[in-house]
Design a protein around this ligand. Sequence first.
Ligand code: M6R
Length: 612
Amino acid sequence: MCGIVGYIGTRNATPITLEGIKRLEYRGYDSSGLAIIDAEGNLKIHKKPGKIIELERTLPSPEKIYGTVGIAHTRWATHGEPTEVNSHPHTCCHHKLALVHNGIIENYRNLRKKLESENHIFVSDTDTEALVHLIEHFANKTDNLTQAVQEALKLVEGTYGIALISSDHPDQLIAARKGSPLILGIGENEFFITSDVSAIIIHTKKVIYLQDNEIVTLNRDSFKITTLENEAVNAKISVVDWDVSSIDKGEFKHFMLKEIFEQPVSVENAFRGRLFPNLSTVRLGGLNMTGEELRRIQRLQIVACGTSWHSALIGKYLIETLARIPVEVEYASEYRYRNPIIPPETVVIFISQSGETADTLAAMREAQAKGARALGITNVVGSTIARESDGGVYIHAGTEIGVASTKAFTSQVTILSMIAVLLGRMNNLSPTFGASYIKEIQKLPEKIQQILDTNDKIMEIAKTIIDAKNALYLGRGVNFPVALEGALKLKEISYIHAEGYPAAEMKHGPIALIDAKMPVVAIAPDDMIYDKIISNLQEVKARNGRIISIATEGDKRIAENSESVIYVPKTIYTLQPILTVIPLQLLAYYVANLRGLDVDQPRNLAKSVTVE
Ligand code: M6R
């Protein structure tokens, strides 16, 4: 959620950490701050509420805040409003330590009470401040800063990714993690700490993904990773295989628009090298399961949050239709606390773009604790879900920076369609159908491009609904989750209240809302339930509702019932969501953009929700 960047080396830490948190601003953007140890060995802290630009505006010239060790933070508030005093870095009574933190210190009230009774003075409402005073408490007793941090962290309940500097130890930077991602970047005579590789990729591609309960001590020319019990850890160095061009907006006004337009490529990347039309099947080696193990699966559970949960719902349709294996779909936040029943021969799939969503991760650990095999469908290579799952599939969508998820969704559904074919072919799916399905998957990029080419028309339609207060999205069958996803996109970036509904359910309540001001977005491609949805649209029209339809190319009948129609190419029923969602992403984008809103960083949201 928040973003952390730390630097120790020979260059000025200020611009490096500042540029770094700018790359992470999409993860949290209500306040920011940085701390350095300057050439005289003094700790300098600057922080500001608002976007990073506000911090930048008030910073003294780089020469005045020059230091070769520093940390910076961009915040998404959990405890305490986004004010200057609540922003990170936080410091201690004697202004010697500076700490940035992602996660939540759950026992901070008790820690704070105890430390206040020992005369520590607190100034903020945050949980993080308790930790920096706790570290100070131990640092007062030892010259070994690592040991002070270890002792403090042993008393912490909750989650953290932290980075700490101290004016008493101007040649050190300490970082540690538990439940919140943290990465060590290894450069030439310099080291970086970050919560997300994209912040440091311009400096180094050599990284170590820290594990829970690990702490790293960075000196200027060496680093040491240990556990909280001070046992040495031999960590593996990985090389990041993507570069900075993938995190640039290029010619697009917003990352979201760029990511929508990347979908012909990102969907192709999801299936590239994995389809075998001659064998009428697919290969997903990362699942780490033998053919026999896959054939033994009796039941699947799919667990996720937000947009990933919508793709899970589509996965249910896909797998039940093609493989005839029963699938349950659950919100991760519910699954983790309700003691789920996981019968034998059940595989649990966890879908997460970021691979770091706290609820999904906790749900996965719960399933694993119950002995289930957990598979991850993630985008971020090396993310916690990717590392801790028993197998899985990367969607290879490329970095997704827009807070509203778009390309990850279509790639997740593409992967789920391949899992459905794989399991289907092991059960009762015919080679002929398997082969034709695979051919249709291969045609998706071209069909997505055709929809993107109608972009101008979608912008015109968006103009007609920018003043709406509410909107209803209707879909049936496999397009019901698409209705949910379209409504989610609209509400998260345009702040128009929107609901997704199974079209036939509308008459059981939401129909009361329909009037001439209410846009109704109907996903009505030409399939076996087309006639049913047309009847639902007539019910809307009879009440003066305004209908925007998503229909199959060549469908003339739909126009009679709609104020406007956006056409998508025809495809196999269960693959429709990969096409029907594209106009809804564009519609939401243009509405938000026309309303002059900050599309990439909508209010109150964060890209990756690493707290409960
Ligand atoms: O990284 P994840 O896929 O686990 O994230 C899950 C949700 O937080 C995410 O999809 C969220 O709903 C997005 N803002 C949707 O656009």
